[in-house]
Design a binder for this molecule. Structure first.
Ligand code: MOS
Length: 759
């Protein structure tokens, strides 16, 4: 049966209790098969040829040495297969950079050819022997490069705001901050590489590829190849890190599918680490002009945020985090604008908290600068600017516990021991700095479906094409089903990550848990309702004449409000000798009714928390960090971090804590370490490996404390879930920059902050 009914109210039994991962043993014993590990019999191996120029065209290939390599099987380029696929669609932001469809080179490292051979080694050797002739033009690398083209963002998905007269209010403000900030290019660097294996069976294509959205990948590849989505299956049961990099489709998949079709044999691609820097997406560098005007008490009178983002030539991809910074504080006059700068680069894409991570940095630094100017504690400054309603739309917040996060975090962190004077706190040769910043991330929700099967012996199976990108989603689904069906967690099996299963949406944008658990709950409640209806309609049995709506499943029994109970097997057996099954769809209010249909097509029905018509829905948090900076070497250490978050119901506090920690640690790396360096002459990345692209390792991380504040908010999801995937990283960069200022009196407005900024 298909369900779209209300969710039955009931107290949680397992939701909110810490549980270890149900897939933990499979992962540590190697039984968990990641798509890259999939061993498809008789698969040939592909190796990508990528462009060594950033702008120009491919004139031709000399393959004489290539063809002589033992095991060489095939070579694909625009010369022989251009007509077989269209470029992939970008999930957000218009056209993406094409690859094999023409001789045009849009960016350094673009895929321009694919070699296929009997083994990986042979494919690699043959690829190294391809002589490529190109015509190169001078590329524009980034902001300020000759030839880079700036234009105001035009994107129907995104808005600029003009509330009141921000320019006039800024001009007459008693106190102002007027500053420029920069955030760098960054790459996700998931440990599992960008791999793809394709196999055809007649007209049926199976793709094994790590993905945050198997239905999306299916739809996109089908569209590229001009085939029916029903004839494509995507399998991605585990994902070895994604962070946004595996949310959309890249060009590689269709080309590997074509290679497999030409050869009549499965083909596996394992792109190298450095190729991953250019064949998938990245976080583009951003620049910001932030102006705050305030009265003498620090109440904001004007907030003006203008951003610039780099993108590729054909794309208008942008993240436009001004949609969040504009609604952060109670400014009566607000002006935002976002510009995009086209350069000879690949198209950027989602990377953890895509809009808020770069855009909250300038706002949260500027708030700290305002606090310093006014001589007001930065937490107090935020309290004075706490908005009663969304300052842009006037809508109520579904819930907003930002100050509760600051208060709880400050008490735990020992904020009141902070001497506000910069450079005043020391420990021998180490300057101590304490900084804080706000975190916010929209509570997004998407359509999803789920199928739940309940056996009379009290075992349940949950099936949906959700995704566990390492976050613990299998366990969260199992907890939800076990909670709703009154079963022990061990009694629930979960299948995800396969388009053979009912569709679910993208595991991204902090939307996945709130979306999929909603569908799972509906299916479980439908089963409960069916069992209760049969029990109360029956003349035999203990529930004759009872109200079915007041019965629930608990501990393997059907239970009434007066304590009457009946074993689950008997209650199920009344309906069927075998298993019961329910299929439920969840289409959140505000999404079109065909949301599930579009999901089947691989499109993304998602309702962003700041785009709702009824409320503005966000999760909030407060970050606290302690930095220690050596007086002579200016080495920056971060011995303590604390994040306090109010993000609705936390389904599994154990994995949630890990996820918050992961975000916070990534925030540390983002503030102090991570930057993809660009050779501006060649528009080429120079540290395209994880030896030189620095990410935070254990030695960089001290104490990390996570506080999860209880919060009730059922506007986003009937279970009260608001989503936690992204918010952990948001604002950490600003908290660290603010702490660096507190330690040294140096205001660094360009990330990452390095020793040379403090010498
Ligand atoms: Mo996250 S960047 O939405 O995968």
């Amino acid at each position: 049966m298909t369900i779209q009914g209300p969710i039955r109210p009931q107290p949680f039994s397992l939701i909110g209790k810490p549980a270890t991962r149900i897939d933990g043993a499979a992962k540590v014993t190697g039984r968990a098969i990641y798509p890259s590990d999939e061993s498809v019999p008789h698969a040939a191996n592909a190796y990508l040829i990528t462009s060594s120029v950033a702008r120009g065209r491919v004139v031709g290939f000399d393959l004489s040495e290539t063809r002589a390599v033992p095991g060489f099987l095939d070579f694909l380029s625009h010369e022989n297969v251009a007509s077989e696929a269209k470029p992939p669609k970008q999930m957000a932001g218009g056209e993406t950079t094409t690859t094999l469809e023409s001789d045009r080179v849009w960016h350094d490292g673009q895929i321009i050819g694919v070699v296929v051979a009997d083994s990986f080694e042979a494919a690699r050797e043959a690829a190294f022997k391809v002589h490529v002739r190109t015509e190169a033009e001078t590329p524009a690398a980034t902001f300020g490069s000759p030839g880079a083209e700036e234009e105001p963002r035009e994107d129907e998905q995104k808005e600029d705001f003009a509330v009141g007269d921000a320019a006039a209010a800024f001009a007459t403000a008693e106190v102002t901050v007027d500053a420029w900030y920069d955030t760098p290019t960054q790459h996700h660097n998931p440990i599992e590489l960008f791999t793809t294996t394709c196999a055809w069976n007649g007209g049926q294509l199976t793709i094994w590829e790590p993905s945050q959205f198997v239905y999306g990948l299916r739809g996109n590849v089908a569209q590229q190849l001009g085939i029916d989505p029903e004839s494509v299956r995507v399998v991605s049961k585990f994902v070895g890190g994604a962070f946004g990099a595996k949310g959309g489709a890249t060009a590689r998949t269709a080309w590997i599918a074509i290679a497999a079709r030409r050869l009549g044999r499965p083909v596996k691609l394992v792109a190298t680490r450095d190729q991953g820097f250019t064949i998938a997406t990245y976080r583009a560098e951003t620049r910001h002009h932030l102006r705050l005007g305030a009265d003498a008490e620090g109440r904001l009178t004007s907030l003006i945020h203008e951003g610039w983002e780099v993108t590729s030539r054909p794309s208008y991809y942008n993240v436009s985090g001004t949609e969040s910074t504009a609604r952060m504080y109670a400014a009566p006059n607000i002006l935002t604008r976002v510009n995009i700068v086209h350069a000879d680069r690949s198209t950027p894409g989602f990377m953890r908290a895509p809009p808020e991570q770069p855009y909250m940095f300038p706002l949260e630094c500027a708030m700290d600068e305002l606090a310093v100017t006014l001589g007001v504690d930065p937490i107090e400054l935020r309290r004075r600017n706490e908005p009663a309603r969304d300052p842009v739309t006037g809508l109520a917040f579904s819930s907003r516990n930002l100050m509760a996060c600051f208060d709880a975090g400050a008490a735990q962190f020992g904020w009141k021991r902070r001497d506000p004077r910069p450079g005043s706190m020391r420990d021998g040769d180490w300057l101590i700095g304490l900084g804080c910043a706000s975190a916010a991330y929209a509570s997004n929700i998407a359509g999803s479906t789920a199928r739940v099967i309940l056996r009379p012996d009290g075992e349940a199976q949950v099936k949906l094409a959700g995704h566990d990108v390492g976050t613990g989603a299998y366990t969260v689904v199992a907890i939800t089903a076990a909670d709703r069906l009154g079963l022990a967690l061990e009694k629930v099996r979960v299948e995800m990550g396969d388009t053979e299963l009912p569709p679910a949406s993208l595991a991204a944008g902090s939307s996945h848990t709130a979306s999929i658990t909603h569908a799972v709950t509906r299916a479980c409640d439908a089963l409960t309702a069916q069992i209760a209806a049969a029990a109360t309609a029956s003349n035999a049995g203990p529930f004759a004449g009872h109200d079915p709506d007041r019965l629930s499943l608990r501990d393997g029994f059907l239970v009434g409000p007066d304590g009457t109970r009946e074993p689950l097997a008997d209650a199920v057996g009344r309906i069927s000798a075998g298993a019961l099954e329910a299929y439920a769809e969840n289409v959140p209010d505000g999404l079109p009714l065909d949301a599930i249909g579009t999901l089947y097509q691989g499109q993304l029905p998602i309702l962003r928390g700041q785009k709702r018509k009824d409320v503005t829905a966000y999760s909030y948090g407060a970050h606290f960090v302690e930095v220690r900076i050596h007086r002579r070497t200016c080495e920056i250490r971060v011995p303590r971090m604390l994040g306090a978050f109010a993000a609705g119901t936390i389904v599994n506090p154990l994995t949630a804590r890990s996820q918050f920690m992961g975000g916070m640690i990534w925030g540390l790396g983002s503030a102090l370490l991570e930057k993809t360096e660009i050779d501006a002459r060649a528009a080429r990345y120079t540290n395209d490996n994880i030896a030189e692209y620095q990410i935070a390792v254990n030695a960089d991380v001290g104490e990390v404390e996570v506080m999860m504040l209880p919060e009730a908010d059922d506007a986003v999801n009937p279970l009260g879930i608001k989503g936690i995937g992204e918010i952990g990283i948001v604002g950490v960069n600003a908290a660290i920059a603010n702490a660096v200022f507190h330690a040294t009196g140096r205001r660094v407005r360009r990330l990452p902050i390095r020793i040379e900024d403090l010498l």
